[in-house]
Design a protein around this ligand. Structure first.
Ligand code: BDR
Ligand code: CA
Length: 332
């Protein structure tokens, strides 16, 4: 992973789950990334509990210097009622490992949105965000400062599903379903470049196999030692839609920033979120007609009202993803 280029400044917004933990370990150990702050949001666990989990990881990784700010538990708009994800992530979001809180470490007094705004103002156009939970904090930051999205270098959001069905709802992915209005506000914000939606279309393909779990069990690296028990807990129900292999949604999203080639197909397509209260409430809607129309010479398809251009990750280099994971777990 060695490189001479300047590492990318990145803020991670997380809801404190097991795959979030794996994503954080990646960000902390990849020299191409400079994790400058972590913000938390209620989702898998509460925003305060998520901050506790982040502090546990930062402590274990020897990075107690990175600021962690607690964000929102309340939602920007009405949201469908969802089953708690404790059966997937454990009651504590870390597979019921109940790791003790590190001594002398606490979240920053700043709110999540203030930390995001401040860190982006310190290096405008040079700070990226990877969103790994409900998009509430991002929507609130954009409401506080509508010019902020244009200062974000790149946004990668583990969110949604273009054509792969749902996990939290029949066709709804959890991070969008938790706060559909926030997701829509983030979709329509004025970002510097079309953000990347990393949804179930890729995270249900890029999975961990027995090979990665066998290496994980050897606990060769601090990341593997920390993640072994949580990922084994997560594997049972986290693999519901991908059995026998196990997704690691949020880790894939961080990798998509660090190593863009891991996403092998990501066309820019019109994206919207269903914020109505019907059967598709809390789901992403991608207009694939644009691809079909583009193939027909002279034919044009206008972007439908309420849709905005995003890069939609549709395919992944699964071999490369698994190799990257084995690197995190200590494969020489
Ligand atoms: C997303 O929902 C959360 O449970 C996971 O951490 C991930 O961010 C997957 O739909
Ligand atoms: Ca998450």
């Amino acid at each position: 992973m060695g490189s001479n280029v300047q590492p990318r400044r990145v803020i991670i917004d997380t809801d404190g789950g097991v795959d979030d933990a794996a994503a954080l370990w990646w960000a902390l150990t990849d020299p191409r990334l400079d994790l400058v702050g972590v913000t938390t949001v209620g989702g898998v666990v509460s925003a305060a509990e998520a901050a506790g989990n982040v502090l546990r990881i930062l402590d274990a990784a020897g990075r107690r210097d990175i600021p962690v700010a607690v964000g929102a538990d309340q939602r920007v708009g009405l949201a469908p009622s969802l089953r708690r994800a404790d059966f997937i992530h454990g009651d504590d979001g870390l597979g019921n490992t109940q790791r003790p809180m590190p001594q002398g470490l606490s979240p920053s007094p700043e709110s999540a949105r203030d930390l995001m705004l401040r860190l982006c103002a310190e290096a405008p156009g040079k700070t990226s965000i990877v969103a790994l939970g409900p998009l509430t904090n991002l929507a609130m930051a954009a409401a506080d400062d509508p010019a902020w999205p244009a200062r974000v270098q790149e946004l990668v959001a583990m969110a949604g599903s273009a054509r792969s069905g749902g996990n939290a709802l029949p066709i709804g992915e959890a991070n969008v379903a938790h706060d559909p209005t926030a997701a829509m506000r983030v979709v329509e914000a004025h970002w510097a470049r079309p953000p990347l939606m990393v949804g179930l279309d890729v995270t249900h393909r890029a999975t961990l196999t027995d090979v990665e779990f066998a290496l994980l069990a050897e606990q060769r690296t601090p990341a593997a030692a920390f993640l072994d028990a949580p990922l084994n807990f997560y594997r049972t129900y986290g693999s519901t839609f991908t059995a026998p292999n196990c997704p690691c949604h949020d880790l894939f999203a961080v990798l998509a920033l660090a190593e863009p080639g891991i996403v092998t197909d990501a066309p820019v397509l019109p994206l919207a979120v269903d914020t109505g209260m019907g059967a598709a409430w809390g789901t992403t809607v991608v207009d694939f007609r644009a691809i079909a129309f583009a193939r027909v010479a002279g034919s044009t398809q206008e972007q439908p009202a309420g849709f905005h251009p995003w890069r939609i990750a549709l395919d992944a280099d699964v071999v490369r993803f698994r190799a990257a994971l084995r690197g995190l777990f200590g494969e020489e």
